[in-house]
Ligand binder design. Structure first.
Ligand code: SF4
Length: 234
């Protein structure tokens, strides 16, 4: 160990001497090889990645919901997605599997995505809360307040061009409004410079199929805005 340390110090001293000689000869900057730069950038990016965020927060105990959760439900999908879909909180299936939108509502969301030519893996899907409220009750204001910063961090890392809030809770939490869903849906809002749309939560569509028509109009609008902004690559 001691030998290794001495060799390292000798290497530093030689490098320093070499750089000084080069500077004396007029060297003003060092050109790094492209491979080194790419590797450096990749490492810097990964330090600030979703994976790092996940590891930093997966054992969160900031609110009471940690006590009853089976799994922490972080989010899923493309870490560089152009579109994010955000619901309110995990339900029973999501809590059991540790992934958002995997139950009946999740299957319906997959169908909605397919209907507008999105693969589930192409977008990013998450929730305002990462832990399931007991009996699927509505999230409490202090739970939202404590958990929302994690979602905000996810949005910052993903940098989507479009966000679609699924349901009243996610829409009101992110837009900081008490307006009802039927006033919020049907047009785009601004969320920190990101185009933000609101539509019904798939679980609500399972209970009230009469809202499917409006949802279809909303997601068609989302898709056409996506095509306008990003280009139709399908
Ligand atoms: S809901 Fe959010 S704030 Fe509450 S324990 Fe889970 S991760 Fe933490």
């Amino acid at each position: 160990m001691e030998d290794k340390y001495i060799r390292m110090m000798e290497a530093f001293a030689l490098t320093k001497k070499y750089l000084k000689q080069q500077m004396d000869l007029g060297l003003e900057e060092i050109q790094l090889s492209p491979d080194f730069k790419v590797d450096f950038e990749r490492k810097r990016e990964s330090r600030n990645s979703l994976e790092d965020l996940y590891h930093n927060i997966k054992d969160c105990q900031k609110c009471q919901l940690y006590e009853s959760r089976t799994n922490f439900v972080f989010g899923t999908g493309n870490s560089k997605a152009e579109v994010m879909f955000i619901g309110e909180a995990p339900g029973r299936d999501e809590d059991l599997q540790g992934e958002p939108f995997v139950g009946r509502a999740g299957q319906l969301l997959n169908k909605i995505l397919a209907a507008i030519n999105f693969e589930r893996e192409e977008v990013y899907i998450g929730n305002v809360l990462k832990c399931r409220p007991p009996e699927n009750r509505d999230p409490l204001p202090d739970e939202i307040e404590k958990c929302e910063p994690y979602l905000i961090e996810q949005i910052k890392l993903i940098q989507p061009k479009l966000i679609c809030a699924l349901g009243r809770i996610a829409a009101q939490a992110l837009l900081k409004t008490k307006q009802p869903l039927n006033r919020l849906r049907g047009s785009f809002h601004d969320y920190q410079g990101i185009k933000f749309m609101v539509t019904y939560h798939p679980a609500a569509l399972l209970r009230y199929p009469q809202f499917k028509k409006d949802t279809w109009e909303d997601v068609k609008l989302l898709r056409s805005e996506y095509d306008r902004m990003i280009g139709n690559r399908s």
